[in-house]
Design a protein around this ligand. Structure first.
Ligand code: AMP
Length: 540
């Protein structure tokens, strides 16, 4: 028997409408590309978002159109999140750190019709525009006074003169709202297409999981970019709960972050370990924590135990989180349950080095090599599978990638190797996917290998991740030369530079006579990683 309750759809615009009415003075503070700091409220933001929605309609944007952004964290990017999805179009955030090749693939694959770009990234657009779909309209996210030369529209012109209210449509809650590409192990990036329903539910799941951070009066700093899985859901969870957002723009070094956190009295800061290592350096220099800092969320890569200890000893609660683009992204959060509150600091830190416990509505299971479920005993290790309403049901227009992304029961395979203990704490112990994560950004080892293999003096090669104190992991290339005449390292780097961004190139190269193989004849990366475990990278 079906129940008889209203089936009103979950719509993203309702989050901002709620915030404007119930948390009207919740703030958005942004470091602008123009160089100053801009302050606004959720109430004022809804008015500008309404103007922008009119502006988008005026440009002919329709339901389902993909509208791209190439931008830092700031209020205009936030406005785009709501205006684009609010009118039923899809907010497609592009990571500006990707190589030209990857960016072109993404813009073409998504068939973007409009692109909003921060002034910082205008040179990227100028260099690549000829390779992008003709007719792509480019809007520079600034005012008339700061517009660059060229065939660009001006963001503030799009808003100017339009009404500050908008009749937001009631969209089917399964309407696509956002699109974010993540690295594939081979070939091209893969898109996760979020829905209004998944986004609203994720915001609520996050709010339920972090009640001390997401509430009125709290100031939250997403260092994690709006182009990385929706800044981990904060643009939705913060307004929903009345927490204020402090956006750092493009200044993400330790000194700039310290200054901003200190002057704005940020309570909770969110980002990848590399960012916090930078801040740690500045804290040491200043001999104190930024004023008001009480909490931080660290994820994207494993948080080093020493980093967690440093902040915990400084009186900051460290919440180690794990998730994925495909999960909207939060899967687990690492605040300790109250019944473990009496542990000694050392015992607490041991638990906090794990990746936390599942968020509500996220289910986790570990499968052994035979596909059987393994017990949550803190010992059994296998591939981690997940299920839930904010988890992808299939990559966007990508049958190939979807073929082996799910198990027979429809759970999504994360490619992470993990164990779960009896209290529900997840430990990520390894990665089955052949990818390297450097400073929170992906590098495909297989893509690097494919390019190196094209060199006539290379018989075989493999790229593995080696640990790095600042970037967490860096790529290391191992080459078997085709004959006595070895390829020169600069030659290999020049070849790779044609396809990859500079930061994606291997830090070092070793030449060997042969590569270790597995029983099935594939290169054994495990053996290779062990073989080079003591290898020191040049700047590590
Ligand atoms: P992304 O889609 O870029 O967010 O990357 C998701 C992947 O990053 C996961 O599948 C993990 O491999 C890795 N990851 C994310 N958070 C953590 C963490 N706290 N510890 C270890 N690995 C992590």
């Amino acid at each position: 028997m079906l129940g008889s309750m209203m089936n009103t759809p979950l719509n993203i615009a309702d989050i901002l409408k709620f915030a404007a009415e119930i948390h009207p003075s919740g703030e958005i503070v942004s470091v602008r590309t123009e160089g100053d700091i801009q302050r606004t409220t959720y109430r004022e933001t809804l008015a500008r978002v309404s103007q922008l929605a009119h502006g988008l309609k005026g440009q002919g944007v329709n339901i389902g159109d993909r509208i791209a952004t190439l931008a830092w964290n700031g209020y205009r990017h936030f406005e785009l999140y709501y205006a684009i999805s609010g009118i039923g179009a899809v907010c497609h955030t592009i990571n500006p750190r990707l190589s030209a090749e990857q960016m072109t693939y993404i813009v073409t694959h998504a068939e973007d019709t409009m692109l909003f770009v921060d002034t910082t990234f205008v040179p990227i657009v100028a260099a690549l525009r000829d390779h992008w779909p003709k007719g792509l309209k480019v809007v520079v996210m600034t005012d008339r006074a700061h517009m660059p030369e060229g065939d660009y529209l001006c963001y503030e012109d799009l808003l100017d003169g339009h009404p500050t209210t908008f009749d937001w449509p009631h969209l089917d809650e399964n309407t696509a709202s956002g699109l974010c590409y993540t690295s594939g192990t081979t070939g091209n990036p893969k898109g996760t297409l979020y829905t209004h329903r998944s986004t609203v539910l994720h915001a609520m799941m996050e709010a339920v999981g972090l009640p001390d951070v997401l509430k009125p009066g709290r100031k939250v700093l997403p260092v994690v970019p709006l182009f990385h899985v929706n800044a981990w859901g904060l643009p939705y969870a913060a307004p929903l709960t009345g927490a204020s957002l402090i956006f750092p723009g493009g200044a993400l070094d330790g000194e700039s972050l310290f200054k901003l956190m200190d002057s704005e009295q940020v309570y909770s800061a969110w980002g990848v370990p590399t960012v916090w290592l930078g801040l740690q350096g500045e804290i040491r220099k200043q001999g104190r924590m930024p004023a008001g800092l009480g909490d931080m969320v660290v994820g994207g890569s494993a948080a080093p135990a020493s980093l967690i200890r440093f902040f915990e000893e400084g009186g900051v609660n460290v919440c180690h989180a794990w998730g994925m683009t495909e999960m909207s992204p939060i899967g687990t959060t690492g605040n300790l349950p109250t019944h473990l509150g009496d542990l000694s600091l050392d015992e607490k830190l041991k638990l906090k080095a794990k990746q936390g416990r599942r968020t509500c509505l996220v289910e986790l299971k570990i499968l052994g090599e035979d596909g059987q479920r393994l017990p949550h005993d803190g010992i059994s290790e296998g591939e981690l599978f997940v299920r839930g309403p904010a988890i992808t049901a299939g990559y966007y227009k990508n049958d190939e990638a979807n073929k082996d992304a799910f198990d027979a029961e429809g759970w999504f395979g994360t490619g992470d190797i993990a164990k779960i203990d009896a209290d529900g704490f997840l430990s990520i112990t390894d990665r089955a996917k052949d990818l390297i994560k450097s400073g929170g950004e992906w590098i495909s080892s297989i893509d690097l290998e494919n390019v190196v293999m094209a060199h006539p003096k290379v018989a075989n090669c493999a790229v593995i991740a080696l640990p790095h104190p600042k970037w967490d992991e860096r790529p290391f290339l191992v080459v078997v030369p085709a004959g006595d005449d070895r390829p020169e390292v600069p030659e290999l780097m020049a070849l790779l530079s044609e396809h990859f961004a500079k930061w994606q190139l291997p830090d070092d190269v070793a030449f060997v006579d042969e590569l270790p193989l597995t029983a099935t004849g594939k290169v054994s990366k495990l053996t290779l990683r062990r073989q080079f475990a003591d290898h020191k990278l040049p700047d590590a």
